[in-house]
Design a protein around this ligand. Structure first.
Ligand code: OAD
Length: 269
């Protein structure tokens, strides 16, 4: 049974044998078995997190916050309760993130996934990112699990709102009902979009190769997807410069930055 609400989970997983490879140190060799698996794969599914956008200058969610925001934890701002308590603060935090996203361009990691999609017959890209950079890069089969920061919706009625009057109020008001506007992203304690979650689970259960790229694997239900893929017999590949709870269970771990590892991987296949 899948939980549909967004929540933080820190779990311990049993250690299993993994082919760890430090791509920075081993001159970017991709294991032959991984190349062969990719070449024969009928379905490939990719899950990405904030790490893939880090090289585009979008700070990861758990990166240290700076300046004015240093005293807030992102998890405490990304909640309906925080918005109810202080809508101006939350709106302004997201406005700042939106500015960073608007200035960002897709990087080599995003582009490598566009190339992978072209080569693979059945390719699904599940992302926890709300920055839209995968579509911006040219990926088509994208499942956005946590919404999109560039969209705005009404906090009261949930409808996506395209335009509103600038009355100088923060946050601005919904032109339909007068409720406060908020970013169209999933906050902690809120439900993920049901269709997107269903599609993500299906793509994880039915693939031959599953990639987990640039995600700390601590926010559920997305963090459960690689385990679902493993349970259904897929090869699971992690791309991350750091250890995560998934690392001991992944079939292959490619230690390095997505923008460096993924182009090498795509060229090798
Ligand atoms: P996190 O910020 O938790 O984790 C980012 C991961 O990316 C870490 O494991 C880093 O080691 C890794 N990383 C950093 N730079 C990288 C690079 N260049 N290449 C590859 N990996 C790199 O972000 P998420 O796992 O995405 O939800 O967090 C999940 C969700 O938590 C987010 O989608 C966000 C938050 O709630 C919403 O905003 C709705």
């Amino acid at each position: 049974m899948w939980a549909t609400l967004l929540y933080l989970a820190l779990a311990h997983y049993p250690i299993a044998r993994t082919n760890h490879l430090n791509l920075e140190m081993r001159d970017m060799e991709i294991p032959t078995r991984l190349i062969e698996s990719l070449q024969s794969a009928k379905r490939v599914t990719v899950l990405t997190g904030a790490g893939i956008s880090a090289e585009s200058g979008v700070p990861t969610f758990r990166d240290a916050q700076t300046g004015l925001w240093a005293r807030y934890r992102p998890e405490e701002l990304a909640m309906p309760e925080a918005f109810r308590r202080n809508p101006k603060l939350v709106w302004e935090w997201y406005a700042r993130r939106r500015e960073r996203v608007a200035q960002a361009n897709p990087n080599a990691g995003h582009l490598a996934l566009v190339e992978m999609e072209k080569r693979m017959p059945r390719f699904k890209l599940i992302t926890q990112n709300v920055d839209g950079l995968h579509r911006g890069a040219g990926s088509h089969n994208v499942i956005e699990l946590h919404g999109n920061i560039m969209r705005t919706k009404c906090f009261r009625e949930g409808m996506v709102i395209e335009t509103w009057d600038d009355t100088g109020e923060t946050p601005p008001r919904c032109p339909r009902c007068g409720g406060p506007l908020r970013p169209d992203v999933v906050w902690f304690g809120e439900a993920l979009p049901a269709d997107a979650l269903r599609a993500a689970i299906e793509a994880s259960q039915s693939c031959d190769v599953f990639f987990s790229i640039g995600t700390s694997g601590v926010v559920k239900p997305a963090a459960s997807l690689p385990y679902e893929a493993l349970r259904h017999g897929a090869i699971v590949v992690e791309v991350n410069p750091d250890e995560t709870p998934l690392s001991p269970r992944a079939t292959f771990v490619l230690r390095g930055l997505a923008g460096r590892v993924l182009p090498v991987l795509v060229r090798a296949t």
